[in-house]
Ligand binder design. Structure first.
Ligand SMILES: Cc1ncc(COP(=O)(O)O)c(C=O)c1O
Length: 433
């Protein structure tokens, strides 16, 4: 059967960003089963024994409690499971000196749902027929934002400034406030902090500047802290979450070992959250209460914050060190490679300046050399302007063993070195004709 899709049906059927390349990666892994292929493409976190044990313990506690039937045998409110909301309010008020009430919290089935609801509640066609944009202030960004809007051409992203540390082989993206346009055509703003794919953490000042630009237009700013503190605390640099006014602080328990249970949480102004909550009621009623109930236990007794800081963060930070150290010894001096400053998340982001082929061509070379990474051009949702940099980057996942990361980086550095040495630099128009 070939059902006739609506405009929205077609829009939602498109594979955006990294989902398109994942098809190719899955096929490659299938065809090469049993071969020596190191897969550094995954966004799925690893199962850490201490983290699994935490969720197992919370499950036992829940099953033994009289609350169990209320949790799994009954519907709840769309806003979320009350004990989870109470645990979040208490923990955040105590940690960050806030005065949140339960009205400032909304629970969704995973944090992706927050951005989907926000992009369509505040972005898209307004009641007077104007298109309200979903603005990503700095690109590259989380590829999942590329598919959040039900109307086409709504997500727009801006090119960053690059701060390059030549001798150190590192760089950092900065928002370009000369270009960034936030005005009456803006519906909402979204950015990840720490950022997937780059590991970038926008400074407090940069965040405040973006939020201040949005205030006069009544535009909400969604800060995606899927990797931020206090859970999963995958920040490797100082990072204080920012709350209040038009800012909605959003987080997820997926990188804290619970991606299968789909728990996302938004903290912010009640009027903003009400619009999202209504959207949620229509879409799915509420998030799974089992996931919310075990999350409530792990937050209330402090175990989730503790395992985040003492297990999850050091685990991935060590992997990043292995990756950096291997690349530093494996690349000859004259190769223009630059790692984004590793300030958080579970990826490394590699920029290869003046790469004499596209990132897709390089991805194919790397597959043949036995290492799979994700071509960087998948991570520029909403940035339509041509920019060679988009084809010069790779995302490397830290979700592998130390040995695999070290061997994968040796193969990657050898392949890239050969590519630079053997291919005469092609002009930009040759590459993308
Ligand atoms: C930056 C970022 N935001 C949001 C999500 C979605 O996470 P979830 O819906 O599992 O909470 C992810 C998932 O990888 C992510 O990397």
């Amino acid at each position: 059967m070939n059902p006739a899709l609506s405009q929205i049906g077609q829009q939602m059927s498109q594979l955006t960003g990294v989902r398109a390349i994942m098809k190719d990666i899955i096929e490659t892994l299938r065809l090469n089963r049993g071969q020596d292929l190191i897969n550094l493409s995954a966004g799925n976190p690893l199962i850490l024994p201490e983290v699994e044990q935490l969720w197992r313990d919370c499950t036992h506690e829940l099953m033994a409690s009289p609350e169990f039937g209320q949790v799994v045998c009954r519907y709840g409110t769309s806003q979320g499971y009350e004990p989870l909301i109470a645990a979040v309010v208490d923990d955040f008020n105590r940690r960050y000196g806030l005065s949140l009430t339960e009205r400032n919290v909304l629970v969704t089935p995973g944090s992706q749902a927050i951005y989907f609801f926000a992009a369509n509640a505040f972005g898209g066609l307004s009641t007077n027929g104007e298109l309200k944009k979903v603005v990503l202030p700095l690109s590259p960004e989380y590829t999942g934002y590329g598919g959040v809007s039900l109307s086409p051409d709504t997500v727009v992203a801006y090119r960053p400034r690059l701060e390059i540390f030549e001798t150190d082989h590192t760089f950092k993206y900065r928002p370009d406030f000369q270009q960034l346009q936030i005005d009456k055509t803006t519906g909402c703003i979204i950015f990840s902090r720490p950022c997937n794919p780059t590991g970038n953490v926008l400074t407090d000042l940069e965040v405040r500047q973006i939020a201040d630009l949005a205030v006069p237009y009544g535009v909400p700013v969604f800060i995606d802290a899927a990797y931020g503190p206090p859970y999963p605390s995958l920040n490797f640099t100082e990072l204080a979450p920012i709350f209040g006014g038009n800012i909605v602080h959003c987080f997820s328990l997926s990188k804290a070992g619970l991606p299968g249970e789909r728990v996302g949480i938004a903290i912010g102004d009640r009027e903003i959250l009400s619009a999202l909550e209504a959207f949620q009621t229509n879409a799915c009623i509420h998030a799974s209460r089992y996931g919310q109930a075990i999350a409530a236990l792990a937050i209330a007794n402090g175990a989730l914050a503790e395992v985040s800081v003492n297990v999850i963060r050091p685990f991935y930070q060590r992997k990043l060190t292995v990756l950096e150290e291997t690349l530093r010894t494996a690349f000859p001096d004259d190769i223009p490679w630059f790692l984004h400053r590793g300030e958080g998340a579970i990826f490394a982001w590699l920029w290869l300046r003046d790469l004499p082929m596209t990132d897709w061509e390089l991805y194919q070379h790397l597959k043949r050399a036995g290492v799979i990474v994700v071509p960087g051009s998948s991570f520029f949702p909403g940035l339509t302007e041509p920019w060679r940099h988009k084809q010069e980057c790779l995302r490397i996942s830290l979700t592998a063993s130390d040995e695999e990361i070290a061997l994968g980086m040796e193969r990657l550095a050898a392949t890239i070195t050969q590519v630079y040495q053997e291919s005469p630099s092609r002009s930009y128009s040759d590459l993308f004709a």
